[in-house]
Design a protein around this ligand. Structure first.
Ligand code: NAD
Length: 349
């Protein structure tokens, strides 16, 4: 398996180093046949060379790699986020990674922030549409910098784009034995795209008679998720609402340091990254929790057909959390590197 590794900025570098450590440990013990190739694309690289991603790079990744692991992007020295847009959104859009897969599972009762609920009560999956919505960059300024300034940002949804993410959510539910898909939008206020999502959801749901299909406005979804997360199984939503709802989801699983994600195009090269950003204040301090990145390794291995190794990694992380062999954000005292070492020790056991 040939894997592209793009650590990126800030704590992206810190946690990717630890994710690679876990991959190398697994490879040494289980002979996965990994070839890891590191790419320097980041704010540092952009500021030093003026290059974000070289021409043809995504074609190379699509043709010659099995998967991509990315850390995080964002640096105060690049306020317009030019490099992040080219690298992260570039990968999502140019590789057409339309499924943003974000499982929300709480691994230890101690991490559940909800009074009266345990870890077992938090177990759902969010499918965020990943190539459309307001992230496509359609819009502009008029009379910028004047009192009459106008700014627009279009929210684009296509029938094809909406249909394929909704179908993916249902087909995932069917394959994994989950029973209910909730579609979330804001169709009471955003009527045109909302109408497209509503009609498409109703039509696709008819192809899956065994799976419950219901709808919640995204504001109501947020309220229900923290009131009682137990009824939720699979949630499908657009790019922006998925971005927001999965931060709420991360809070239900112990914080941003615990959340993993996959950017997937079934059958093609896909990209995996922790949900958190580059947290510049934490960079290089040893405080970043590597578990979101290590759980992302598990998602990537599962996607590549190494289910047994994926389960072993997740169990090792859960055991570390429960033994408080973790960083301070989840109740431990270990550094980024020591927390990952604790996972490696459990993988060896
Ligand atoms: N996928 C990405 O690359 C991505 C995602 C989100 C934000 N960003 C970018 O990252 C930069 C910082 O954004 P932000 O501060 O809003 O979000 P962030 O996720 O970087 O950090 C927010 C806070 O969450 C906590 N946190 C996040 N990850 C953690 C970890 N692994 N361990 C311990 N605590 C952790 C910290 O308290 C941190 O201050 C911005 O430039 C933003 O645009 C990038």
């Amino acid at each position: 398996m040939k894997l592209a590794i793009v650590p990126g900025d800030g704590i992206g570098v810190d946690v990717t180093r630890e994710a690679v450590k876990v991959l190398e440990r697994l490879d040494a013990r289980r002979s996965l046949g990994l070839e890891l190739v590191s790419f320097p694309w980041s704010a540092d690289h952009y500021l030093a060379t003026g290059e974000t991603v070289p021409p043809g790079a995504f074609d190379d990744l699509a043709r010659n790699y099995d998967a991509i692991f990315m850390g995080a992007f964002g640096d105060p020295r690049v306020p317009d986020m030019k490099h992040a847009a080219d690298i992260l959104l570039g990968a999502r859009f140019q590789l057409d990674l339309y499924v943003n897969y974000r499982p929300v599972r709480c691994l230890d009762d101690r991490l559940s922030p909800l009074k009266g609920y345990t870890a077992a009560d938090v177990d759902f999956v969010v499918f965020r549409e990943n190539t459309e919505g307001s992230y496509v960059g359609i819009g502009g300024h008029f009379k910028k910098g004047t009192p009459d300034e106008v700014a627009t940002q279009e929210d684009l949804s296509t029938r094809r784009g909406v249909e394929r993410i909704i179908r993916h959510a249902f087909s995932f539910a069917k394959e994994t034995g989950r029973r209910r898909v909730v579609m979330s939008d804001k169709s009471n206020a955003m009527r045109f795209v909302g109408d497209l999502w509503q009609r498409t959801f109703a039509e696709v749901s008819r192809e899956y008679p065994g799976i419950g299909a219901s709808h919640l406005y995204v504001d109501a979804l947020c309220l229900q998720l923290i009131r009682d997360p137990r009824p939720f199984d699979v949630i499908v939503t657009n790019n922006m609402f998925g971005d927001i709802v999965t931060d709420l989801g991360a809070a239900l699983q112990g914080g941003l340091g615990m959340a993993a994600s996959g950017n997937i195009h079934p059958g093609r090269v896909s990209m995996f990254e922790p949900v958190h950003g580059s947290a510049p204040r934490y960079a290089g301090t040893g405080r970043a929790n590597p578990f979101g990145a290590i759980l992302t390794v598990a998602l990537m291995l599962e996607h590549l057909g190494n289910k047994e190794e994926a389960v072993a990694v997740e169990r090792a992380v859960a055991a570390c959390v429960s033994a408080r062999k973790c960083t301070s954000d989840v109740g431990g005292e270990l550094s980024t590197s020591a927390a990952a070492d604790a996972v490696c020790e459990r993988l060896a056991g």
